[in-house]
Design a protein around this ligand. Sequence first.
Ligand code: ZN
Length: 271
Amino acid sequence: MRILAVLVLTVCVWGVCSAACAEEGSEAGVPILLYHRFGPAVADSMTVRTAVFEAHLKYLQAAGFEVIALKELLTMLAGAGVPAGRRCAVLVADDAHRSVYTEAFPLLKKYRVPMTLFVYPSAVSNAPYAMTWEQLHEVKASGLCDIQSHTYWHPNFKKEREKLPAAEFEKLVQLQLVKSRTTLERKLGGTVDLLAWPFGIFDSWLMERAAAAGYRAAFSIERRPATRRDHPMALPRYLLADSDRDKVFEALVNTPFQVARRENRHVERRF
Ligand SMILES: [Zn+2]
């Protein structure tokens, strides 16, 4: 009963939680695994070799993880949390690099796992490195990929704030948040209400602007599992590099369960 009381008190960010949900919900978080580019060789720090990505998927499957859609995780976080006993992980990719289509998408189909793509529409069918609208249509139609917003042209809000007068900066932020969402909805259909902060840059003012522009959740690049204690507009994601493989990857995806065990001990000590 004492443990239950602490859980109810600490789980406040996503709304009021009933005693029943605290009792049945696990406090374990979920790793949101963030990819950018894939390929046969490590071209830069943002590339994960395709074979390494496939090894990630094989490990998750063998270790009994459920790879769930990002929206499913949000539903869990807003409700009773991750049901006890379930080991979940989420896949996302930022920037809509073509290798997401050529390298990762075939593996998503092979392993039947979902991935959310955060896209900045100015690059689509425009920059040579980016996916086309046709490719985005195709991955979305597969039912495996959800397409969400990464602002309109991926600005660095910290640098823009230093450069621009306050009113101009506010105008830029509004355009980036709204035009991205409306363009993606018009071109691809569906609801766009999730945002990945470009370069992981955000603050409380930007979080408010994003909520006002119609986003219900936003994502950073803080390296820890997402839990119900996180603010919905600043949910953490693990930015993966090729070196995050084998034992490093295994330790990373198993972190939420170690954290949960530590926290349970902590809760017990408080009384
Ligand atoms: Zn990006």
